[in-house]
Structures are given as structure tokens and as C-alpha cells.
Design a protein around this ligand. Sequence first.
Ligand SMILES: [Zn+2]
Length: 848
Amino acid sequence: MLLMTSCGGTKEVVMVAPPIEEEMLDTLVVTAPPITKEEQEDPIAQVLPPYNPSATRYMDLLHTTLDLRFDWNNQWVIGTANIEMTPVFYPQSSVELDAKGFDINRISKGAKELKYAYDGIKLMIFLDRTYTRGEKVNLIIDYIAKPNEGPEGGSAAITSDKGLFFINPLGEDPNKPMQIWTQGETENNSRWYPTFDKPNERMSQQISMTVDDKYSTLSNGELISSIRNADGTRTDTWKQDKPHAPYLTMVAVGEYAVVKEEVEGLEYLYYVEEPYRPYAKTIFNHTPEMIDFFSKKLAYEYPWDKYAQVIARDYVSGAMENTGAVVFGEFVQKTGRELIDNDNDYIVAHELFHHWFGDLVTCESWANLTLQEGFANYSEYLWFEYKYGRDRADKHRMSEMQGYLMSAQNQGTHPLIWYDHPNKELMFDAHSYNKGGLVLHMLRNLVGDDAFWASLNKYLRDNEFTAVEVDELRMAFEDVTGMDLQWFFDQWYLSAGHPILEIKYEYIAEERKQLIHVDQVQNDEDHLPVYRLETEIALYDKKGNATFYPATMDTRNTTFEIENIDQPSVVVYDGHNDLLAVVNQARSTEENLALLKYSDNYIDKLKAANALKRSPLFETVLENMLNEPHEDFRELAVEYINLRKQPDQKERVESILDSDPHSSVRNAALNSLLKTDYASVKPKLVNILTGNDAYSLAATALKAMKRNNDPDLMNYVGDYEKVNYPAIVSIVADIYSSSGNGKYLGFFEDRLESVSLFAMFNFYNKYFDLLKLQSEERQIEAAMKLKEIALSGGNMFRKFVATSTINKLEDRYSSPGQEVMKIKLRKILDEIINQETDEQLQSRYRSF
Ligand SMILES: [Zn+2]
């Protein structure tokens, strides 16, 4: 699964109270005496430390057959489940399934109806006799699932736990397609079919869906039949013979453009909304090439029947690796022009790699989640490195590292394998994802490339179609490499934190000796007091040649000595920037210049370039920078050129604008030109606005026209009204808002519900600025629209900003003579506040 972080920050986790499990012990009741005050103060613990075990398995689920119909009006799933299972080891006379919020109509085994007990969450079925190992049990359950009813929880990572979602179920919203899709992770598929909803379970499956003929359907596995029924419906049946965990089951129903291709015998399906049909393959760019790359590297062919990717409206997270049928949020759905600025490679690679790490081998408990998310995260690096080179890969890894360090600072650290996590949803954090990927990078460097891939192959072969824990990964690496890696796994997987290093470089001329002092200064509360670090020290000589020296340390303070050398121009501890560590070191301007000139490491160079970009010495490397293969250096160089001081460079910057292959560099060139005479740049702006260049440049052009009060502005802005690219939405909103003209309210109102969360707060502010200039009648009309959003089942931040916009309107009517308007708006506000059931929103509304 891939998460989305929003500008609103991390939400508090809303939890549904767990069911109280009643265990009846026939013969023995154990009660512990209360812990006394003395015992509490005793430094010896009186109870076991908290630990989240993997679920105990009584029955082994073998196969699930589902026959599903959907009641769009009530948002119900009408289902029949046929579940086959066998005792794991011990004889069983009952079965306890997860089935949340169902109406159970009938449970039978063959023709025999079975008794059951149901508390709305757990379904206890009493079998007709005791079954022993090797005997199969087939249960048929007729049920209605009501995922939209009952308690709704969620987390920052997965914002709702309803499991199955009806989008625009009554077709009332003309801007939204009607869709059904599911989100099983973590344990939410039991909101729509009965199962053992744990990651250490595994089953084959067959799902039939009867839907109106206008809809496409999607599920895991192969489409084995599609039959038109007499009543105008169609029944599609999808079958997956290879077993996977129940949370990976998915269904999707909707009006989609389905684009297909077959590459080397594997079928690829791309489900997008009709307007995006021409871009379907570019949205999910390189998918067949990625499958080929990962299959070859892992020496393990893609294990599933087909590869489908589908866009879901109002999705509750980033994307989800349902086996062979991946769901993506609509932010991935872009036109060709939108894709110029940002491709979707990382997220496509991430979900794809899960098909080995997550779907083929699955973590036995959520505490081991990094065995899925760490790998998926690192696959982004691996793909970038292969396809685009190490610079792009390192840039991506640097931002992953920053993400982890920020989270460690703000939320604290915990072991990567987090057995005592307070809540399974908290596993979806920058540890499981970012740190997991960074640790794999270090493991790869420790054992070497060939050993890394050979170990992963062994891990997959040994554990295919089973649940895993971290020791299985360690043992695969140990078996392949012949090394004892307990220290590495203890340090990085089972302990919290990371090293914080102070580095000092010292050259002793008389002894021709370079010293490198490395001090570990991390505190031992959030981190280990001492890390064993294996890396390399790079020495760049005066000609720019680099020599790399292996450097292993396992003490808190270590001095490395390199003898018999001339003074280097620059020294770099961790010369390839492979460690997960905070590295503090001071560098002189000369050293930064040397690094910028001689290093081929993206991270070293970027740090040096940023340190130098305000120094006149940057001039000496400007030519090098303008010819760098990575766009970030060309962008920095273009930004450095000051056309007011160096007007002779104008032609050159113009040619960069016309020809640089990367939009960020072209955009920097445009910004640079805009610091000169506006009239001379205007033709370029018109070219961009009437052409097909990246939206980032179009946004810059519109901003420039607005800033310069260009009378032609309104001739161009209309063409950009329907564009969803965030920077365009923001500048169009700005232009329309500043116009003061009420005819543009519609532009805002069409987007209030769909504008991305990143752009939302600014967008609503612009809307408010325009609205406050309109008639009282029009304001009331707007407040009614905002009320609908505030009371919808949508995103909490959106509901909040809608309500707060009404509140801001109300605040404007506080003078004598304005009471009527104030009362009207207050009434609308009160209606929202009284109907809101979410506690966090209620508490925020208290100040309104
Ligand atoms: Zn993931």
C-alpha cells in the first residue's frame, strides 16, 4: 500500500473499540492477585512486556467462493459465501469467522443448517461434529453486508475502515462516476465477506459479481466467464487458483475505459475514466518493462494470472497492491500534459513489487509490515537506478531519508519490527516504509549486489505462498552469503533509532597522514548507544581522482588513519552516502568546490552546490553545472544566472527554455527571463499558453501575466479552467478571485468537492474572497452548497474547511442592521454542528 500525506498533517487515529473476547475455560479459572504498591516500585517487572503475536490459526482456510450482488440504494452487498477449510492441527467443532456488520440469513453445510452465535463482529459457527486434521469443511453463508453502516474508524494512513465503498451510489453527482471498490488492508475485507481476516491466512478464491451491463468489473485472478442475464444484468466470474491473504481480495465495479495489452504472454489491464483513455498506458507507464526487470533481478517470474491497475474515486489511501488488481487514488490519473512534470513510476513500481513482497510472501503479523513496505519502498529506488540512473535513485532515497528522520524527530523511534506497537494501523509509518527501504539499501551494500539478489531469490523460493517473519529473511541472507548477520538484523530491524555522527577531518602534513574522526553522538534512549557501521571513506586527490577505503567501526568514537598520502582536496566519510545516519561535518568552500567538480555522487554534489550557490565561486563551476546530466544541477545553474547583471546570457537562457529536456529546468529559465523586460518575454508566455508544454510552465506564465496586469490575461485563462494540475488550479482560482466577478463562482463551486487536499485550503480562501463581494442572496445560496459538503461523508478536512468558510461569512455580519443575514448564516452553521457526529470535528466547531 502506498500512503498519501496531506497538508493537514497527520490525523489522530480514530479507533473502534475492540470486541471483548470471552474465553471459557472448562476446568480452570486463573486470576492474578492485584499488583501491590511494593511490586509496582520493584525494578523487576511483574508482568510480561506488551507483545502483538500473529493470530492463532485453528482452521486453515482453503478456498472462498463468493456470489455478490450490490444494492446501490442501500449500499449493501448481498452475498453468498462458500468457504472451504480444514483444521490446522487440533480437532475443531466450531469455527469463528470475522464478519463485521452483517445480517446473517442462513448458514449451512450441505443441506444441513448450522447453529451460530453472532455479535456483529465475530461469527461463531457450531459444526455438526468434530473435524480432525485432513478433513475438509464446506460452509455456505447467506448474508447481507452493510459496510456503510455501523462504526467507521480509520487512521492517518488508511482513512476509513469500511472495507467496501459505494461512490456516488444514486448517481446524483454529475461530476463523479458511480463506482464500487474495496480496501482490505488491514483487516477490513471482513466488512463485505466472511473470512479469517488475518495476514497469516491464505486461500484461493472465485468471485462472481452480478451487475448492470453498463459496468465493468474487476477482481483478482482471471475472468473465467461473463454471462448476460435475461434481466439486463451481467454476471462476471473471476477466479484465482493461487492462494493469497484475505486482505488482498478486491472487487471494483464502475463505468471504466478498459485498455488492454498483452506482453510476453501476460495480460495487462488499465482501468481509467473515459476521458483518460488515450493516456491509460502513460499513466501506468513502463508496467511491462518493470515486470520484466523485477522478474529477472529476482529470478522469479511474476507469479499471478494478470496485472490490472484501476483508478478509484475518493480512495482512502494512496494505492493498494490487491493481487493482480491494484487500486490507485485518482491523483494518479493524469493527462499526457500533466505527466510531463511528474510521472507515476514510483507508485507503479511500489505496488508491483508487492506482488512478490506482500502478496507472494506475506508478513505473519502487522508487526512485520516492513517485510512488505520496506521492499516496496526500496523497489522505487531499484527501478529509478535501472531506468534513469543512480542520480534519480539517490535523489529519491535522500527524500525518503529526510522523511524518516523528520518522523523520528517528531514522533519518536521504535524498532522496525515493532512487536509492541500500540495499534496495528500505526505500523503504516515512515519506519515500515522509508527506514525499511533504507535498511535494505545498506544490506545490499553490505553483502554486494549478486548476493543481495540471490538471497532475495532464496527467501522467495523458501517462503512462497506462506507468511513470514524477519528471521526468515535473515536466514536466507545467511545461507546464501555464509555470513552471520544477526548483528545487522538486531541493530537495524529489532532495535530503534539510527546513528548521529560528528565527523572531523584532519591532515597531518609532516606525517603525510589523513585522520578521520567519527563520533557517534546519538542518545541511548531513542537509539542504540553504539552502531556497527560498515562503509567506505572517499579521498579525492588534487586531480579529482577518488580512492575508496573500507571503514568499519564498532565503537562510539573511532579515528581512521590513512597513511602515506598527499593532502586530499576533499575527504568524504561514507563516500557513496549509503548509510542511514545523520552525518554532521563542516566543509570549506574549497572542499565544496572540489566535491562539486569531482564527485559523481548526487547527494554529495547537491549538498555542495547548495552550500555554494550564493558564493561568487559558483561562477567557476557554472559551465559544468549547465551540462550536468541531472536536471537539479542545471536548474541550480540557471537560477544562478542573473540576467540583470549578465544581459549577455539572455540568449543562452532562452535556448535552455526552448530545448532543455526537463520541465523544471525550462521553468527555471522562464523565471529567470521574467526578471528582465516583461514585454520581451511576453511572446514566450503566449507560446507556452497556446502550446502543449508542461503545466508548471503554463502556471508560471499565467502568474507572470497577472503580476504584470497584462490586459490579455483573460484571453488565456479560460483554456485552463478545466485543468486539474494543482499549480494551475491555484493560479486560475487566484485570477478569478481577484477579478471580483460573480460569474466565476461556478468555477469554484464545481471544484469544492474535488480540489485536491494539497490545494484545498488556498482554494477555499480564494472562493471566500470572491464570495464576500457578492449579493446576500448569492451568499446564502453558496452557504447551502457548503453545508452539503460539510454534511457529506467526505474527507474530514474538506468538511471542516467548508464549515469554516460559512463561519467566516457569518463573522462579516456583526454590525447593527446586519442581524437578518447573521441569523440566516448562523442557522445553517448550527444545522451542521448539530448533525456532526465526528468528535474531532465537533471539538473544532466549538469555537464557531
Ligand atoms: Zn506498499
